[in-house]
Design a protein around this ligand. Structure first.
Ligand SMILES: O=P(O)(O)OC[C@H]1O[C@H](OP(=O)(O)OP(=O)(O)O)[C@H](O)[C@@H]1O
Ligand code: HPA
Length: 180
């Protein structure tokens, strides 16, 4: 599996350090606000686990499963809600945890959905931001790293369901997806 990676961009130590830094900011920003921290499955599962352990104040967690990429490298432009939240969100302070913001379509749909559900606030925390690919005006509030315009995998991010279990974020060799 490691042989399919062209370059490691962020090691597990890099990711640990950034989670500590963002977590300490979130602790300050959400003190007394009892946020509902929402993991967007599946990609964000590892980063979510890191971030929530660094939030040192009261917070609740929930999970949503949405998908926009089908099984390949191109966004379909629509999101499918595969699993919705377990709790109502009206009046809540929502913190969305993502693995990556690419075109921005997924987050744009989610933010619209939460506003429609009359939340008190909605903010976005993402491990990776790929601003060059943006087609929707989504601005994350907390960003781990800005990545170049390349298809990245690992630390939750997949290509056709694989590579999520890599402990780092790396660039997939183009021949891997060109030959598939
Ligand atoms: O900004 P966008 O272009 O919308 O892309 C970002 C979304 O794409 C990925 O999810 P995907 O739909 O692949 O589902 P997954 O998390 O289950 O892998 C990623 O986890 C984000 O949710
Ligand atoms: O670069 C990416 N890698 C994996 N999944 C993704 N979803 C959007 N962009 C990406």
């Amino acid at each position: 599996m490691n042989n399919d990676i062209k370059e490691v961009l962020y090691s597990k130590e890099d990711i640990k350090n950034i989670a500590v830094k963002i977590g300490s900011q979130l602790t300050k920003d959400y003190e007394g606000k009892n946020p509902l921290v929402i993991c967007v499955l599946k990609g964000a599962f590892l980063f979510m686990a890191d971030i929530v352990r660094e939030i040192k104040t009261y917070a609740e967690i929930d999970f949503m499963d949405v998908s926009s990429y089908g099984d390949g490298t191109e966004s379909t432009g629509e999101i499918k809600i595969i699993k919705d939240l377990d709790v109502p969100v009206e009046g809540r302070n929502i913190l969305i945890i993502e693995d990556i913001i690419d075109t921005g379509r997924t987050l744009s749909c989610l933010v619209d959905l939460f506003q429609h559900r009359k939340v008190a606030s909605v903010k976005i925390c993402t491990l990776l931001d790929k601003p060059e690919r943006r087609v929707k005006g989504v601005r994350p509030d907390y960003i781990g790293f800005r990545v170049p315009n390349e298809f990245v995998v690992g630390y939750g991010l997949d290509y056709k369901g694989f590579y999520r279990n890599l402990p780092y974020v790396g660039v997939l060799k183009p021949e891997v997806y060109e030959n598939n």
